[in-house]
Design a protein around this ligand. Structure first.
Ligand code: NDP
Length: 335
């Protein structure tokens, strides 16, 4: 349950676990709804935006005292909708609870179970974060072979796929992350050419000059703040910055105070924000291409799976301190 609007970084105590009353496990007759058993729930940084009393965003705020909502993979237990039957696996918005009633079935996607793909990947690699990496890299970054690519929050749900797609595209790729374990994974498991721990770099500008002596063609921006300011000093002429997210700026009072923006002009840099949800027509192609790359062993995906609904609040808060190693998922039930 979301307790109330917050300031600053989310804490475990911003949500509470409540045992609800026993319900009949069925969808009301004539409602068109589904009663689903939630299997995997997704922790995503954008959910922080729903924890403040602000209605001007692309997603409405959570209601204090109500069940937290997010992406999930669920199994249909009872259906009052002719398009779904008991046992179907669906992916879409659901509640942070063991069972949910879903009325807005148009937003759901049926998942065709595939022995080679873990179901939890449908909220990670083959879900919203993977799709974000796909559209952000191909549509916004407009990459060319041999270009120099930098990814921040590179070991996370989105970043790890951006880096791997960029490598497959023939680019030189460097990632930043906040621990030596993550840096090691980037270099030795995810195939990045180089990686560094930004928390150990006293001077981010100097670090970027070390890894990109020729400058950066593409910056996939996930963090904002000091990293963006340093990147702006190191972009090449006609470089592109895809502004995917600014996780360091959630809850800060002055998220717009970015220095070095002047560099956009002489270097003719294109800096563009985007929302994955504006590109949904590409989703089938993404599923096909990235699913096939995964099955061929050409890409891999790191997941950080916490067990039990009760682990949700701390797993979510952990996104903002870098506790997660890879895509943060909560396993509510194995099936
Ligand atoms: P991650 O799995 O990468 O988790 C968040 C990570 O951000 C943490 O693990 C941590 O890694 C890093 N981080 C947290 N706080 C800070 C900070 N203050 N400074 C620098 N790094 C920090 O999340 P996602 O991959 O799901 O999301 C990545 C970004 O993409 C987010 O900004 C998110 O909002 C955005 N996004 C945008 C979408 C769109 O449509 N535009 C859709 C989906 C996501 P580390 O150890 O490296 O510090």
């Amino acid at each position: 349950i979301f307790k109330g609007y917050i300031e600053g970084a989310p804490k475990e105590t911003d949500m509470e676990l409540r045992v609800g009353k026993k319900i009949k496990l069925e969808a009301p007759k004539g409602s068109g709804a589904l009663l689903v058993k939630n299997l995997y729930l997704s922790c995503d940084p954008y959910m922080r935006g729903r924890m403040r009393d602000y209605h001007g965003s692309y997603v409405p705020p959570f209601l204090p005292g109500s069940v937290v909502e997010g992406f999930g993979v669920s199994k249909v237990v009872h259906s009052d909708n002719q398009n779904y039957k008991q046992g179907d696996i669906v992916c879409g918005f659901t509640g942070w609870e063991e069972y949910s009633l879903i009325y807005e079935t148009e937003q759901l996607r049926k998942v065709k179970p595939d022995d080679d793909i873990p179901l939890s990947y449908y909220i990670g690699l083959l879900g919203m974060p993977g799709f974000t990496a796909y559209v952000g890299f191909y549509e916004i970054c407009a990459p060319k072979k041999n270009e120099y690519v930098f990814v921040s929050a590179a070991s996370g749900a989105v970043g790890q796929l951006v880096g791997q797609l960029a490598k497959l595209h023939g680019c030189y790729v460097v990632g930043s992350a906040g621990t030596s374990q993550k840096v090691d994974l980037l270099k030795n498991k995810l195939g990045f050419d180089e990686a560094f721990n930004y928390k150990e770099e006293p001077d981010l500008d100097a670090a970027l000059k070390r890894y990109f002596p020729q400058g950066i063609d593409i910056y996939f921006e996930n963090v904002g703040g000091a990293m963006l300011e340093a990147v702006l000093l190191n972009m090449r002429i006609h470089g592109r910055i895809a502004v995917c997210g600014m996780v360091s700026q959630h809850g800060t009072s002055d998220p717009n105070g970015i220095r070095n923006l002047f560099n956009l002009i002489p270097k003719r840099i294109k800096m563009q924000g985007f929302l994955q949800s504006d590109h949904l027509e590409l989703f089938p192609r993404f599923l096909e291409e990235v699913g096939s790359l995964y099955k061929q062993g050409k890409i891999t995906y790191l997941e950080d799976m916490d067990e039990g609904l009760e682990s949700g609040p701390s797993a979510f808060a952990g996104l903002f301190s870098g506790k997660n190693v890879g895509k943060q998922v909560i396993c509510v039930a194995h099936e």
